[in-house]
Design a protein around this ligand. Sequence first.
Ligand code: FES
Ligand code: MG
Length: 567
Amino acid sequence: MADGLRKGLTSYGDAGFSLFLRKAFIKAMGYSDDALNRPIVGITNTYSDYNPCHGNVPQIIEAVKRGVMLSGAMPFVFPTISIAESFAHPTSMYLRNLMAMDTEEMIRAQPMDAVVVIGGCDKTLPAQIMAAISADLPTVVIPVGPMVVGHHKGEVLGACTDCRRLWGKYRAGEIDDNEIEAVNGRLAPSVGTCMVMGTASTMACITEALGLSLPMSATIPAPHAERFRSAEASGLVAAEMAKTRGPKPSEILTPSSFRNAQVVMQAIGGSTNGLIHLTAIANRSPHKIDLEAFDKLGREVPVLVDLKPSGEHYMEHFHHAGGVPKLMAQLGDLIDLDAKTITGQTLREVVANAEDVPGQDAIRSKANPIKSEGAMAILHGNLAPRGAVIKHSAASPKLLQHTGRAVVFESVEDMTLRVDDPALDVTADDVLVLRNAGPKGAPGMPEAGYLPIPKKLARAGVKDMVRISDARMSGTAFGTIVLHITPESAVGGPLGLVRNGDMIRLDVAKRSIDLLVDEAELQKRRAALAPAGTPDWAKRGYAHLFNETILQADEGCDFDFMRAKGK
Ligand code: FES
Ligand code: MG
């Protein structure tokens, strides 16, 4: 009997009887002793009818099982939670830590020598990786892959950068009901994750840079045959890991690998959500993401990948141009090539095998970047004592230094009710402020930071305004948008002190975001704030756990008790 099945054999008294019982039950599935005597590879099934992004998971699982069995090991598939962005109430972020706990505990609970975790839609890769690091069993991560692009009237469409752009046109009266319906059927033309550089793509690229998945696995389109061959190869790698008991995530992940992930995140024009997730992932290990160091890297690392929303192309073009290995090759000495990967190769070997694709223009060289600085910057100031983030690669250059009058929305509901009111006192030079939309406030830090341009301004041709909040934003969105203001207003952060008409100054070059109100007045306002009690939604169940233990954005929004020991 392989050690795998012996794991945790104390449940029924003596170990011999426990194994006897365990085998008796599992044999009900029709397994032979030969099958059960093999090293075991667990495979997480994150398929759900509610999750179109994971629509290819059954086929991926079949391919992984094939790879595991070709290598003489035994696959065991088990379900974990699946989270799709559009069906996760109140937010997918609210559920990420639940998924991470579920996966971690099921890895621990069941006998397996290695595990393959499958994720893709925004929160699922982070959740699976957080779980894998905490469980610290040899792990192969498989992203489900991006959708292929859609087409509409000769234009290429991508979910969901073009969802927002075309909805904006519809709001502005530029396209009619019939056309928006047609667009609706074309934005997501296949299973897989959003094919722009949103959170899902960002996390898949980061996973590859961390060395936790196979080369090219971030970018292969979800429906392509290559996706399933890569899954089969992942199964082979996982079987080897099961036989040799390594390497574990703790043996792969080093400060260098986390630095490489941050370099890649900046160079791809990655989603701001990626920063929260990478922070949470690092906090499950002995390592850490330092926001100052991340900002400094942003000044050194150019954006090289020409993908929406910062650039022009889509994930399949990035893939055909050579994917993450080619990007890392272009980044040269910004990447530590000695970093290890799950296959036993270093990144040096991965990069050496990167394909050269003549004429491709999705991955630029350092000499010809999309932007000379990285995608994201970290801001501080009296409005954000513990930081805020802006994806300046997707912002309007003329608004990166801007002072304007605050127009405050108390909550997401308040914003929804009033933003289009023709009587709203707002001009294009104002700063839209949204609060009570942070990790605790909303709860679950909704992607509401992309406040819509008030209808009357949109109709007048206004495309962008400075918008600030303690919320998150979809990585697929475009605009001069300050996010993750920390601490959030619901825990007493200064965002809660802003009043309509106050002046707010954003200066991205100086990395500052300030409320131009003197400290004595702010003190007065602070003293007048009502103390926050436990809100009704948080009185029981998971909501209670969430409300009591959720960390702020600068700490990755994990639960405080889930961090690695000593953190
Ligand atoms: Fe699942 Fe975009 S909605 S990746
Ligand atoms: Mg998203």
